[in-house]
Design a protein around this ligand. Structure first.
Ligand code: NAP
Length: 243
């Protein structure tokens, strides 16, 4: 089985580094033309040189910027809401500012960009596919991750409602929920052995993931090979969530 996305236009947010960057590479290899959104110009320049993608510089913390980049992307068949941030603090010390920023990037931007893209898909009448990049933290409580966990749990339920309401238009919406993935974010949060060790011990397969593990699952969920899969929350976690 070979995944082909020839002739499709894909929009990927948070494409500059880590998982999003790998998703752009894999979707391009599958034949899609990708529009990459991120907030550091140098990342977008190197990604464009590597893959031939189109780029849009935007910080989607802002609702206006999120709408602007989705509109500027043009007709989109495949959407990956990947941009996310992790601002860590014990529950008793979480600030309103950090909570609001986390929700804005991890959850609200997926709503706004999803609305613009889905309206275009509906107008063109050819369906489409959307993947929201969530986390095991959307399902399991993780120490010091109050805002992050809440944002990802919200994203998972947004995925289900989108699947419910967009399904009749042949637009499938699913989420992927990775464990620790070795990206700049993953290294920052779990790189220290005293933090990474206990997390590793809870993963039956005993290892963290790499961006390619997530990118391949995303490509599958965007492809015709997953034609009847709609509204799932797909762990990519080496078994973490069975515990
Ligand atoms: P990362 O290494 O920090 O990369 C995130 C990318 O998104 C960066 O290019 C970043 O740009 C961009 N970005 C962040 N906020 C943005 C904003 N407001 N507007 C536009 N671009 C923005 O993160 P990652 O590990 O690849 O994570 C990607 C997704 O996977 C996130 O949703 C994350 O929650 C999820 N996830 C990650 C892990 C993990 O362990 N790594 C596990 C589960 C789920 P700048 O660098 O320029 O800020």
């Amino acid at each position: 089985m070979e995944i082909r996305l020839d002739g499709k236009r894909a929009l990927v947010t948070g494409a500059g580094k880590g998982i999003g960057r790998e998703i752009v590479k894999v979707l391009t290899e599958c034949g899609a033309h990708v529009v990459a959104v991120s907030r550091t110009q140098a990342d977008l320049d190197s990604l464009k040189a590597e893959t031939g993608c189109s780029t849009i510089l935007a910080d989607i913390t802002s609702a206006e910027e999120a709408k602007r980049c989705a509109e500027a992307a043009g007709d989109i068949d495949l959407l990956v809401n990947n941009a996310g941030i992790a601002l860590l603090a014990p529950f008793l010390e979480v600030t309103v500012q950090d909570f609001d920023e986390t929700i804005a990037v991890n959850l609200r931007a997926a709503l706004i960009i999803g609305q613009v893209v889905a309206k275009g898909m509906i107008a063109r009448g050819k369906g489409g596919a959307i993947v929201n990049v969530s986390s095991q933290a959307g399902v399991a409580a993780v120490q010091d991750h109050t805002a992050y966990c809440a944002s990802k749990a919200g994203l998972d339920h947004l995925t289900r409602v989108m699947a419910l309401e967009l399904g009749p238009h042949q637009i499938r919406v699913n989420s992927v929920n990775p464990t620790v993935i070795l990206t700049p974010m993953g290294e920052k949060t779990w790189g220290a052995p005293e933090k990474g060790g206990p997390m590793l011990a809870k993963i039956p397969m005993g290892r963290f993931g790499y961006p390619i593990h997530v990118a391949q699952a995303v490509a599958y969920l965007l492809s015709d090979q997953s034609d009847m899969i709609n509204g799932i929350i797909m762990p990519i976690d080496g078994g973490f969530l069975v515990g």
